[in-house]
Design a protein around this ligand. Structure first.
Ligand SMILES: CC(C)(COP(=O)(O)OP(=O)(O)OC[C@H]1O[C@@H](n2cnc3c(N)ncnc32)[C@H](O)[C@@H]1OP(=O)(O)O)[C@@H](O)C(=O)NCCC(=O)NCCS
Length: 192
């Protein structure tokens, strides 16, 4: 997938004010589908995120994430207060949220360093279509330009092959440390 970052982006610091969005890039998928990439979610995208999160027919999402609790039962505003920076991947033709990546501070228990975590979701019909690696890579690099000194980690259920595979493709490595039974932790460009 080709991602073309906007040449002239107004300077801003992260995280943006809640519901603010900055249009930062365009993407063209292998099949020619076009997408826009934004930092931040406006109210419309948050409403879509909430709808996706309570969609019980999305068994992968329900099995592998607490998003129903987090965004449908809980409030996006409370989650945002944890200093989260979401990136939205929006399908241009339908103007619908196709995927989401977010980053934000989250200590890796007692491990030294300024740790931030990454979360990712793709939504049907775009899941499994190979857009996530490039989109997540873009979001991570964009974020690291704002926070060059942070170390990144992810956590995923042991059986969440798609997420673990994606992390591996993005250069995350498994660590032996067991934080929670049934989960694997992976870190990027750092050793502990
Ligand atoms: C995890 C998730 C974001 C990955 O996105 P995706 O759309 O499947 O990603 P891609 O199509 O870009 O594929 C990522 C890689 O995983 C592989 N993959 C995808 N689904 C897979 C599966 N079920 N089993 C094995 N590998 C899989 C792909 O082949 C690809 O690897 P490759 O580039 O080497 O071929 C997506 O599956 C998802 O949203 N799942 C539900 C929510 C979730 O689990 N989020 C993460 C919680 S930790």
């Amino acid at each position: 997938m080709e991602i073309i970052e906007k040449k002239y982006i107004e300077k801003f610091s992260l995280p943006l004010r809640i519901y603010k969005m900055a249009y930062v890039a365009d993407a063209i998928g292998k099949s020619g589908e076009e997408f826009s990439i934004f930092v931040g979610l406006d109210e419309k995208l948050v409403a879509e995120l909430t709808r996706y999160s309570e969609d019980l027919s999305d068994t992968e999402l329900q099995k592998n994430t607490p998003d129903k609790e987090r965004f449908a039962k809980g409030a996006y505003e409370d989650w945002y207060k944890k200093i989260r920076t979401p990136f939205a991947f929006v399908h241009k033709k339908t103007d619908v949220l196709a995927a989401l990546v977010w980053l934000g501070p989250r200590p890796l228990d007692d491990k030294e360093g300024n740790w931030h975590t990454v979360g990712w979701r793709s939504y049907n019909p775009w899941r499994g279509k190979g857009v996530m690696k490039d989109f997540a890579n873009f979001a991570i690099n964009f974020y690291l330009k704002h926070f060059p000194d942070v170390k990144l980690w992810i956590t995923a259920k042991e059986e969440n092959t798609a997420s673990l595979h994606l992390a591996e493709n993005l250069g995350f490595k498994r660590i032996k440390y067991v934080r929670e039974k049934g989960f694997f932790e992976m870190i990027k460009d750092a050793t502990i």
